[in-house]
Design a protein. Structure first.
Lengths: 44, 228
């Protein structure tokens, strides 16, 4: 799953500085670990 | 908290969805997201945008095989395991009004199907096209690698059939599709469906409706906490 551009649920997103770089996404905790088709085509 | 009709509250809540038309969980996730938006008190403020993602970009363009045969060959999955997996997803889908008919679903290269979504987007028919392609793939057992099939679906939605065929023939919307894929890589999306709410919060996978409702509620609260 996404990693480097993602922080955990409910963490605060740092205030944007002058740079327009997008804030990291805040991932909601999944209720279900399944439900994803991966890039190799495998669905689980 | 009461929201002003001015400022951020007046802007649509944008939900960006990365999905592929051969992804069974994307069909389910799309339906569940819709349920969540319908339940959300501010659902009329939600705008859903679709983005291309390819699970099998290396699959030969124009070819089609039964998806079950592909799974068995590609992953060595026993037929019983495939059927058990399908039964589980079919049951979940039925709860959202979806009619999965896996034995007739085809595996294809979805690039041309994504062209139709981008064509529809240019005519404000994007959600209808996404819905129709999913149903064609998972219920109707249509071959979405076939240009005539894709053009027929476009015409069914009121789009110009000849324009659809032309878009397929000329490989239109390549730049838009590549941009969607590039953005997915930037976000490190490794599986679909993947949902980004207001470019701030994200949900991975076909989660229960409560998860999507939570995301929408959080975004609404985010806006209330930081008005424009």
């Amino acid at each position: 799953m996404p990693s480097s551009n993602v922080v955990e649920d409910d963490e605060q997103v740092e205030a944007e500085a002058t740079e327009p770089a997008p804030a990291p996404l805040i991932m909601l905790e999944p209720a279900d670990d399944s439900g994803v088709c991966a890039v190799d085509g495998w669905c689980d | 908290m009461t929201s002003s009709v001015f400022g951020r509250a007046a802007e649509p809540i944008v939900v960006d969805v990365w999905s592929d038309v051969v992804c069974p969980f994307c069909y389910l996730g799309n339906a569940v997201l819709k349920e969540a938006v319908e339940q959300f008190p501010h659902g009329s403020s939600v705008q859903v945008r679709y983005h291309s993602f390819q699970l099998n970009p290396g699959f030969p363009v124009g070819e089609a095989v039964l998806a079950d045969d592909y799974l068995a060959k590609q992953y060595g999955m026993p037929k019983a395991q495939i059927e058990a997996s399908h039964a589980q997803l079919s049951a979940r889908g039925a709860q959202s009004g979806l009619d999965y008919r896996f034995p007739t679903s085809m595996m294809i290269n979805t690039l041309d199907a994504h062209r139709m979504i981008h064509l529809a987007k240019a005519h404000d028919a994007e959600p209808a096209m996404v819905d129709r392609l999913f149903r064609a793939q998972f219920t109707d057992g249509l071959n979405l690698a076939d240009h005539d099939v894709l053009a027929d679906l476009a015409a069914e939605l009121g789009l110009d059939r000849a324009s659809a065929l032309d878009a397929l023939k000329t490989k239109a919307y390549e730049k838009d599709i590549r941009a969607d894929l590039a953005r997915a890589r930037e976000l490190n999306i490794s599986g679909v469906p993947f949902f980004v709410f207001d470019n701030r919060r994200a949900v991975s996978g076909a989660q229960p409706v409560e998860t999507f409702r939570k995301a929408l509620d959080m975004i609404w609260q985010d806006r209330a906490a930081s008005p424009a």
